[in-house]
Design a protein around this ligand. Structure first.
Ligand code: GLC
Length: 753
């Protein structure tokens, strides 16, 4: 071929490549010309119809022009059951049972990017079956407080771990042709006063800690929609926060999709319109007729409305609507997704302690006493918004019974009463003897005696403790992290009766283990682990698989040691006694009239939450301040040992690469999560003692060695420079700390950047 023709072809290829989408967000703009033509044909009324909810879980398209509505489904860990059009009351459908995936903190305990991606694909597929365009998830706020009501929905206390999982969850969902709505943007770290609290956080901490998981999903993952949080950040509500929504999200990150407020989280017409909100959920009090009125008076322009409609239509065009006669024609939960939930559960379980190798259970065990209601209570629903009507859920007791088979006797006793939460309806006429009315109700003598009797003649006792979804829930934070309803008394008595004792904690967040620790030679964190949670747990207990989960957050010795408490930042103010969404939800469930929202809140002073601990969140605090912990971030034991060879370090311009040999010296296959932390040496900038910068999950057969490579992108080593208002890379020396947990560093090496 002639040289010039070749050159021309090369040039054309180059032009074609340049004309394509430049970033994942730019994929949303490919239909802009078509969209502009549609906007030209729309009336102002039609446009404004798109700026607020149509039903409780949808916002309008343009019926006249054949543009479908946007249908939303609550995540983040399963497609929520269908509600009635105007509320959360279940619609009573038959085919809307979904797969219950392990909740956020369980997913994070896998430290697996691959599993986060798979999880996203599972959520995305089931959303399509239900005719949903957008999943209200992932939920990726940093777990700042051990008591946080939504810790179980969120991922981790660490931004690098949260960001990696949030990115892969997003990619998984969106690769299925469903959009994510990443939430809650931003700094929603407490439920106390969540509808009004002003989170006051310095810019560097905001960027380096709290925004990271959003940034990666939006910039690298192309997340198509974003849910501003209920709270305020540095003065302004998130749904009308110029800095968060216009400057950072759209300006710096190039976000091209649309934002929809949390339910009841829109606060004004002008604020929302001018400062970055697209859709009011729910209602039209602010982004309905008042928008038209404001245009008529000249306070707002129709161009601004067009811009918002364009952003919504971009997502509408990127996501193919599911035809009404195709959606909801088969059961939502599918075996393929149940397998994903199972895989995640298997890898999420954390072996916190294993004194005397109580675990795995000995082959000689003939009788097991399972004690504690958390072994039988289902965890799929509760906790308010995030819940799933699971097609099925294997409880821990069912998992153990099935695995034990006929050769092993399994006895069960409830052990303690279950705290059933705040009651909204009238008191029950005949109280259930297994239900506690107060969270700190002491152990019930009869239940205790029954449990001790069962424990005495068993070969091993498995105690199931922890919290439940009445204790850890959206809308409120825990008062403390103490084990509820006399569980400590129960475990002490069980140990007295039988020293061969394993404790399994079923909870989404950390608990105070000071007492349990004394009586329990083995402790397992079992999470709220989805549809196949009980199966996975039994496999770990019986040693069919080695445990391989690692803590995504710290278990402090006591609550008061944790950063926001130690700094006096939390609890921050007397609760104002009402949560906007809780009230709406309660009305929906038990009826009653609507409160005067605007008036009620306007009359209250703004509660403030100061973030003066700065970036010292979680282990960053405990390490830097030298405060001992109960179980460290990243901790998790196995049934095998791993040895870490010395690190070879290569410092490139864009990436620091570390390679080392990892060996499984045990006699079974096992996964290890390798963790690479960075400590700054002689830096002019202030840093926490060390920070996680890379990690991987590695599977090794018995006796196997693999060479592992970890990469730290230079961009992850930058800090937010408040003088220049930009990311800055400080050149200098680093110490690389490689290990199996944040408090179990096996190899050290120096690097220069
Ligand atoms: C809420 C939650 C949010 C959820 C929404 C719809 O109050 O904060 O996470 O997606 O309602 O249920």
């Amino acid at each position: 071929m002639h040289k010039n023709v070749l050159k021309l072809m090369g040039l054309m290829l180059l032009i074609a490549a340049c004309a394509g989408p430049k970033s994942p967000q730019d994929r949303l703009t490919v239909n802009d010309k078509k969209i502009d033509k549609i906007i030209e044909q729309m009336t102002l009324e039609e446009k404004v119809e798109m700026l607020h909810s149509k039903t409780n879980m949808s916002s309008a398209g343009v019926p006249r022009l054949g543009i479908a509505d946007m249908n939303y489904a609550d995540g983040p860990f399963g497609i929520r059951e269908e509600g009635v059009p105007n509320g959360f009351t279940p619609a009573g459908w038959k085919l809307d049972s979904a797969t219950y995936f392990p909740t956020g903190s369980a997913l994070a305990a896998t430290w697996s990017k691959d599993l986060a991606y798979l999880y996203g694909t599972g959520m995305g597929k089931e959303a399509r079956l239900r005719g949903k365009d957008i999943i209200l998830g992932p939920a990726v706020n940093i777990q700042r407080l051990p008591v946080g009501g939504r810790t179980y929905e969120y991922l981790s206390e660490d931004p690098i771990l949260s960001a990696a999982l949030s990115l892969n969850y997003t990619l998984g969902v969106q690769d299925q042709g469903t959009a994510v709505c990443i939430k809650h943007f931003a700094v929603n770290n407490q439920e106390t006063n969540r509808g009004s609290v002003d989170a006051q956080v310095d810019e560097r901490t905001l960027r380096e800690i709290y925004l990271k998981p959003f940034e990666s999903a939006i910039v690298k993952g192309g997340a198509m929609s974003v849910m501003p949080a209920y709270n305020r950040v540095n003065g302004d509500y998130c749904s009308e926060n110029e800095h968060l929504l216009n400057e950072i999200l759209r300006g710096e990150w190039g976000f091209k999709g649309y934002t929809l407020s949390d339910w009841g989280g829109t606060h004004s017409t002008m604020g929302a319109m001018l400062h970055g909100l697209n859709v009011q959920m729910t209602g039209s009090s602010y982004l309905g007729k008042p928008v038209i009125d404001s245009i008529n008076t000249g306070a707002l322009t129709e161009d601004l409305v067009d811009e918002k409609v364009r952003q919504i239509l971009r997502v509408r065009f990127a996501i193919e609507p599911v035809p009404a006669d195709v959606a909801n024609t088969e059961m939502t939960s599918k075996p393929e997704q149940q397998q994903i939930a199972y895989k995640v559960a298997q890898r999420s379980i954390v072996l916190l302690k294993n004194q005397g190798n109580v675990l795995p259970l000995s082959k000689n065990v003939k009788k097991i006493a399972v004690i504690g209601q958390n072994a039988v209570l289902k965890t799929q629903s509760g906790g308010m918004g995030a819940g799933v009507k699971a097609l099925y859920e294997i409880t821990p007791l069912q998992g153990i019974q099935k695995r034990a088979g006929d050769a092993v006797e399994v006895v069960y006793a409830p052990g303690y009463k279950n705290f059933a939460g705040r009651r909204w309806g009238p008191a029950a006429a005949n109280p259930n003897p297994l239900v506690a009315t107060a969270i700190d109700e002491p152990a019930d003598p009869d239940l205790l005696a029954e449990a001790v009797a069962a424990a005495k003649d068993a070969d091993v006792v498995i105690f199931f403790g922890g919290t439940n979804k009445n204790i850890e829930t959206e809308g409120s934070d825990r008062q403390n992290i103490k084990l509820p309803t006399g569980q400590e008394e129960v475990v002490a008595a069980l140990y007295e009766a039988n020293h061969n004792l394993v404790s399994v904690l079923i909870s989404g967040g950390p608990c105070d283990l000071q007492v349990l620790e004394q009586y329990s030679p083995a402790i397992v964190q079992g999470w709220w682990n989805g549809t196949e949670g009980g199966t996975a747990l039994a496999e770990v207990l019986f040693g069919d698989i080695a445990p391989s989960g690692k803590l995504p957050f710290t278990f402090p010795v006591k609550l008061e040691d944790s950063p926001a408490y130690a700094m006096g930042n939390f609890p921050n103010a007397a609760p104002t006694g009402g949560d906007l969404f809780t009230e709406q939800y309660r009305r929906d469930v038990i009826g009653g009239s609507a409160p005067q929202q605007g008036d009620r809140r306007a009359a209250r002073p703004v509660p403030v939450s100061k973030y003066t601990e700065g970036s010292l969140v979680g282990y960053r605090w405990f390490d830097t301040k030298n405060v001992p912990v109960m179980y460290a971030f990243g901790h998790g034991l196995s049934y095998v040992d791993f040895t870490y060879g010395p690190m070879k370090v290569k410092s490139g311009k864009k990436v620091v690469t570390v390679t080392f040999d990892l060996t499984n010296t045990g006699s079974m296959e096992a996964d290890e999560v390798v963790q690479l932390y960075v400590r700054r040496i002689d830096s002019k900038v202030e840093w926490p003692y060390k920070e996680l910068k890379a990690f991987d999950r590695v599977t090794l057969g018995a006796g196997e060695t693999k060479t592992v490579t970890l990469e730290i992108p230079a961009e992850d080593l930058r800090y937010w420079n408040v003088d220049t208002n930009s990311w800055t890379l400080e050149h200098g020396k680093l110490e690389l700390l490689l290990g199996s947990a944040s408090d179990d560093i096996r190899q050290k090496a120096d690097a220069t950047i």
